[in-house]
Design a binder for this molecule. Structure first.
Ligand SMILES: Nc1ncnc2c1ncn2[C@@H]1O[C@H](COP(=O)(O)OP(=O)(O)O)[C@@H](O)[C@H]1O
Ligand SMILES: N[C@@H](CCOP(=O)(O)O)C(=O)O
Length: 318
């Protein structure tokens, strides 16, 4: 028996909701821009094989791979429920560049935990699993934040409520929005990009942040796309992080002049996103970013839509 799960790329923060808003995205051309994890019956308690475009960037030791840590916490949770753990042979297809701002660690975490849970006939609830995903993300990035794992797992645009036993709830978005994702091919460590942020913010920034985030969520629920796009402004992270992203300011300026509704840093960068409501405009911006924002052969640009499904079982054998 085996189960394969695909987990998509995600945009942490979506500029306006630092740590509390995230979106799952998938390329319109059908490219699977995310990680795949297969769990099959094993002969020893745990084994891991890695493949995929970015396999060379993973830690050499399987015990340092986040997939191994996922298996450990999954085992811990099953133990608490007196459910026996099956021996597993896991395969990670690492298709997502690490330190890209596309939720690379979240992709592996979500695909691994979702696949392990399905392989064991879903002993953990959606919320229990999401809590574990947040714990794993916190281990890697130096602070628990669900804005990658929640959309990656649940799909769509997700807002972290973290109250009444609910971690995240979905926010309505706009069906005609295209999300142009441009990864320049360089690495920015999430932990380092978090460490440079101020410990405290000025009152005027807090007021602006509240207005933008509240305004964005209101505009989504009342389906006002122009207002929603105007609210996509980041006073929490972008002013401090844009120095880590060569060419970001010029690229954002170009995108806005070319007709994008909004642009920003995806997660902690260096990927940037631009939102367009016209496919031709999105493709024109994508071509420009490919020429001017991408720095090397590892970089890429994809025109995406929101991925409403989140992690998905794409193969199984019983
Ligand atoms: N399966 C994995 N996928 C991604 N990163 C992993 C994995 N296993 C271990 N790591 C380590 O976790 C860290 C992820 O870095 P981070 O900047 O948080 O990436 P991202 O922002 O793309 O999620 C790196 O040090 C990487 O070596
Ligand atoms: N809210 C986090 C999101 C990090 O996303 P990643 O894709 O860069 O891991 C942050 O901004 O630190």
């Amino acid at each position: 028996m085996s189960v394969t799960v695909y987990a998509p790329a995600s945009i942490g923060n979506v500029s306006v909701g630092f740590d509390v808003l995230g979106a799952a995205v998938s390329p319109v051309d059908g490219t699977l821009l995310g990680d795949k994890v297969t769990v099959a019956a094993g002969t020893e308690p745990f084994s891991l094989r890695c493949e995929g475009d970015f396999v060379a960037k993973l830690p050499a030791e399987p015990q340092e791979n986040i997939v191994y840590h996922c298996w450990q916490v999954f085992a811990r949770e099953l133990d608490k429920k007196n459910i026996s753990l099956k021996p597993v042979s896991m395969t990670l297809a690492k298709n997502m560049p690490i330190g890209s701002g596309l939720g690379s660690s979240a992709c592996s975490i979500v695909a691994a935990l979702d696949a392990l849970n399905r392989f064991h006939d879903n002993p953990l609830t959606e919320t229990e699993l999401l809590a574990l995903m947040g714990e794993m993300e916190g281990q890697i990035s130096g602070g628990v934040h669900y804005d990658n794992v929640a959309p990656c797992y649940l799909g769509g645009l997700q807002f972290m409520v973290e109250e009444l036993g609910i971690i995240s709830q979905s926010v309505p978005s706009f069906d005609n929005w295209y999300w142009v994702m441009a990864y320049p091919g360089i690495k920015v460590s999430t932990a380092e990009a978090r460490a440079i942020l101020p410990a405290q913010y000025r009152r005027q920034d807090i007021i602006a942040h509240g207005r933008y985030l509240g305004g964005f969520i209101h505009a989504c629920h009342s389906q006002q796309p122009q207002l929603a796009a105007k609210m996509i402004k980041d006073v929490v992270a972008e002013p401090y992080r844009e120095g880590l992203l060569p060419g970001f300011k010029q690229a954002r300026q170009y995108a806005l002049e070319a007709g994008a509704l909004a642009s920003g840093i995806s997660g902690s960068g260096p990927t940037m996103f631009s939102i367009c409501d016209d496919l031709e405009v999105a493709e024109r911006i994508a071509r420009w970013l490919q020429q001017h924002y991408v720095q090397n052969d590892e970089g890429f640009v994809h025109v995406c839509r929101l991925d409403s499904q989140g992690s998905t079982e794409i193969g199984s054998e019983y």
